[in-house]
Design a protein around this ligand. Structure first.
Ligand SMILES: NC(=O)c1ccc[n+]([C@@H]2O[C@H](COP(=O)([O-])OP(=O)(O)OC[C@H]3O[C@@H](n4cnc5c(N)ncnc54)[C@H](O)[C@@H]3O)[C@@H](O)[C@H]2O)c1
Ligand SMILES: [Fe+2]
Length: 387
């Protein structure tokens, strides 16, 4: 067996309504002063209304930082760190989508009283040192899986993002509570849900670090996500479907945290960088085309995953035919969810495609995991097919 290493969040609380007990959970970790990091949309929606009274009951004082923006810039991280230090916070909560959780991870590191590093020093792999404050992550989208990944993604320039990768960024506790996702709009539900499905698929076909634990998690994630995404999109108040999506996204996160993503993410990133197309939608637009390109190599793996998505409608046939049914079934999910299915329908200018192909080649940390080698010419042909 090929050697592998696997790391994940120490404790996962998967329970509808658990967020109402957040105060108690912080108290159990002996924290008396807590900073909760979130975005203004979350506070405006009242998602904290049911959560905050539990802090008073538990005798834990809490401050809110709610200035996180999508694709968070460095300045937001720094002002959240300043608030945490002023409060002398003993525990950090990240409450929201990937953006809020990613900011909270860095606040837990940089606001630790013994921290001697600044943000610029910790970008890259394994550069963060020392300790962090206790960290609890509560996703309100399903999702990025950021609650179980060792990475935080920060916007550093007009079209550039940088990541901090460190085991220190894995939280002490992740809380999965469907009550927080009941009001997630259909388009966000679909895009973030497909993002999670892509995490599972790309982990399963990750050429360098594919491993038996990630495979197990990816398969169960894909089963949960494909069985529940239609219901979550079209009947968002269904708690069972919402909880299954949160768990599926968390399992997919654990899979790709240890068997990293590949070509779909590499080709999706330039769409976000240049046009601010949401991460999940960008993945959905590229998914069938990158999988079609990979199929000449990865068809046996896609055929293994096909029953989990196609279900009883799967027709017997050669491996490549089963892989094609898998890819079609995934494209159908995007179609049914009402998201745009072609780049032109997402208002992507055709003359940017060569720029995207060039930018995608910068994503070598992702492309090295793709099952089929991809050149700039291949990438351009894939964008043209997706157009
Ligand atoms: N760390 C990782 O492992 C990882 C992985 C993938 C992506 N990311 C990062 O995550 C970010 C994207 O995260 P995201 O897709 O979760 O979106 P997001 O956190 O950027 O939030 C998008 C919008 O959804 C709203 N929202 C969130 N929860 C809601 C709810 N329950 N009801 C209604 N509205 C809600 C927010 O207010 C916000 O306006 C990007 O910055 C990306 O780089 C991180
Ligand atoms: Fe993703």
């Amino acid at each position: 067996m090929q050697a592998f290493s696997f790391a994940t969040t120490a404790q996962i609380q998967c329970e509808v309504g658990a967020a109402r007990r957040l105060g108690e959970l912080c108290r159990a970790r002996e924290a008396q002063r807590v900073l909760l990091v979130t975005d203004p949309g979350i506070t405006k929606l009242g998602l904290l209304n049911e959560v905050l009274p539990g802090f008073a009951q538990a005798g834990v004082s809490i401050e809110i930082f709610d200035q996180v923006q999508a694709d968070p810039p460095e300045a937001i991280v720094l002002s959240a760190v300043a608030q945490a230090k002023a409060l002398n916070a003993q525990l950090i909560i990240g409450f929201g989508g990937g953006s809020s959780m990613d900011v909270a991870k860095l606040v837990a590191l940089l606001a630790h009283p013994a921290c001697s590093q600044d943000l610029a020093q910790i970008y890259g792999v394994g550069n963060a040192r020392g300790q962090r404050l206790p960290l609890v992550l509560v996703p309100t989208t399903a999702g990025t899986g950021s609650e179980v990944t060792q990475i935080s993604v920060i916007t550093t320039g007009a079209t550039s993002k940088m990541g901090v990768l460190s085991p220190l960024l894995l939280p002490d506790l992740a809380v999965l509570d469907a009550e927080l996702t009941l009001g997630l709009p259909p388009a966000v539900t679909a895009a973030t849900g497909i993002d999670a499905m892509v995490h599972a698929i790309e982990a399963y076909t990750s050429i360098l670090k594919k491993n038996p634990l990630s495979d197990l998690l990816a398969r169960e994630a894909l089963r949960l996500l494909s069985a529940n995404i239609d219901e979550a999109v079209h009947n968002g108040s269904n708690r069972e479907a919402r909880q299954a999506m949160l768990l599926g996204s968390c399992l997919a996160g654990q899979a790709f945290a240890n068997a990293p993503c590949g070509g779909v993410h590499a080709l999706a990133y330039p769409l976000g960088g240049h046009l601010h197309i949401p991460h999940g939608l960008a993945n959905a637009l590229m998914l069938p085309h990158v999988l079609g390109f990979n199929a000449s190599v990865a068809a046996p793996w896609y055929a293994e995953l096909a029953p989990l998505v196609v279900g009883e409608r799967l027709k017997n046939g050669a491996v490549i035919e089963q892989a094609e049914q898998f890819i079609c079934a995934l494209a159908d999910i995007t179609q049914r969810s009402g998201l745009p299915t072609r780049l032109r329908d997402a208002n992507v200018p055709e003359d940017l495609l060569p720029t995207f192909a060039r930018d995608a080649m910068v994503q070598q940390r992702l492309l090295v995991n793709n099952p089929r080698e991809m050149t700039e010419n291949h990438a351009l042909a894939i964008y043209q097919a997706a157009y």
